[in-house]
Design a protein around this ligand. Sequence first.
Ligand SMILES: NC(=O)c1ccc[n+]([C@@H]2O[C@H](COP(=O)([O-])OP(=O)(O)OC[C@H]3O[C@@H](n4cnc5c(N)ncnc54)[C@H](O)[C@@H]3O)[C@@H](O)[C@H]2O)c1
Length: 254
Amino acid sequence: MRNLDEICAVVTGGASGLGLATATAIVEAGGKVALLDINQSQGKESERVLGSSALFIQTDVSNESSVDSAIEKAVNEFGSINLAVNCAGIAPSARVLGRDRLMSTEDFAKVTTINLNGCFSVARAAANVMQNNEVDADQQRGVIINTASIAAFDGVIGQAAYSASKAGIVGMTLPLAREFARIGVRVMTIAPGLFRTPLFDTLPPNAVEVLEASTPFPSRLGDPEEYAAMVCHIFQNTMLNGETIRLDGALRMS
Ligand SMILES: NC(=O)c1ccc[n+]([C@@H]2O[C@H](COP(=O)([O-])OP(=O)(O)OC[C@H]3O[C@@H](n4cnc5c(N)ncnc54)[C@H](O)[C@@H]3O)[C@@H](O)[C@H]2O)c1
């Protein structure tokens, strides 16, 4: 088991929501974190708030060279990285047979390119760096943690693209874990239910109440700190590998 203050992480989507909560937990535990996010103003502000253990690197996860260069910058800054957390994502909702238009495959691909290809892009670049790390007492060189969604399993109308992108993340978790076992890198995925992030700021209060009531227990939105606590636990528990963990208060969307 590794201590949290040994973490040198890259966190995509680290400027906001679940990614920012994760970056905050890492810094509070004494680790270092690079925030890889497309949002320059929010990224800079989060870097300022987190202090000298955080570094913002503007990154578009859907662009492979942007990802490769960001990982290289993080490695130059920290010496290496031993944790990569994929939180960057978009969650548009649209019917395929919309009232005004038919969803195009281009619309569909935009979601999968950011959510799924972006996650893969970071995983491959991170594993490539991690394979050169010294092993810890458990013969481990690094951990990759992805963020899917319960929509990977029970997506609702409007989530065809989003659910497909998240199911793809769930699907690649085991083959990546099997492949990276040889280099001592674990791969895990968290599938959150409903978490209170800026994603929900745009919803009217009564819509949030309905969503909260649909979660069996606890009947509330998850706190991003609860997601961050799961990331920290996965980092420390070497037996967790190749699996997707639902973090959802028993919510099953109907
Ligand atoms: N909040 C929830 O209830 C919930 C539930 C299930 C899954 N998730 C997943 O968790 C992840 C984080 O969501 P959140 O709620 O924190 O949302 P958020 O909108 O607060 O954060 C997402 C971050 O990703 C960044 N981003 C978007 N496109 C990017 C790109 N191309 N390159 C780099 N960064 C990019 C955004 O700038 C933003 O900072 C997402 O993948 C989302 O699908 C969230």
